[in-house]
Design a protein around this ligand. Sequence first.
Ligand code: PMP
Length: 317
Amino acid sequence: MNSHIPAAGAPNPAFLWRSGNLVTWESATVHVNAAGHSTVSSVFEGIKAYWNEAEQQLYVFRLREHLQRLMESIKIARVSCPWSLEEIEAATQELLRANNTRQDTYIRPWTFLKGIVREMIAPPGAEVELAIDTWGFKSHMLTERGCTTGITSWTRIGDNSMPPRLKAFANYHNGRLALAEVRSRGMDWPIFLNDRHKVTEGIGACLAIVRNGVLITPEIASGILESITRDSFLRLFPEVLGRPVVEREVDRTELYVADEVFFMGTGWEILPILSIDGLPVGNGKMGPVAQEMDRVYHDVVRGMDRRFSHWCSPVWS
Ligand code: PMP
């Protein structure tokens, strides 16, 4: 249920964008000595562009906000990126056009240290290269779906050690350990608690619960990525569904008694959680609020709900 991973054997696009140029997929290589440490400080973004069949248009969802977060990650990582937000935005558009992109597409801008890197700890201000690559994905929106979860015994990384606000590849090692643990227990995905034993997020998505029609989600300072999907849901819930939202601490046992629980993120869109630690959530099926939210989100990201067209950047003129 990973709706941003390319299908096995899916063709690669003709081009990717690398440090100022469109380059063919095959020629976008680095020397082996430029690997390894060069990625210790690497940061990235995960963005989706959705195809609107009726309009024959591709809409990139909240591109500005994603690139703003990329800039924030670069700042916290203390690396130096020679490209401005506006230049990366234009490069993303240029790349999507060069690849004649007319399908749902995942876009990943990411940095790595420039040149041959032998120092394990890159000096502050070290210059990075920026690559943008893309691949097609299959959305699971408007289908009945769900996953099983378990609370992992691994603690979520914290702001004073490996800040989750910074979207660094290295952060996902925490996620891998948690994933291996819950998979060994037969569950699909882990849910992390923080060092105060409060609920934080999943390995690639934020989390929300529904209790008596109210959407509740762990606050920003609970140790989560400042998710753009979370932000979208916090606006869409009251504005479109007329339902209240609350950002606050959430206990592990509150998950067990919630009416609905779901992950939300660019990659996973809305992914209902059907069980936690072997306990069913609600009736163990995708709940009515998740279904409603799924329809709303679908129409917004595909540029069909014109109230939110400011969130959708068209690629084709
Ligand atoms: N948390 C983590 C750890 C993630 O990797 C992601 C996916 N980017 C999210 C939350 C969701 O963030 P967004 O809605 O911006 O994709």
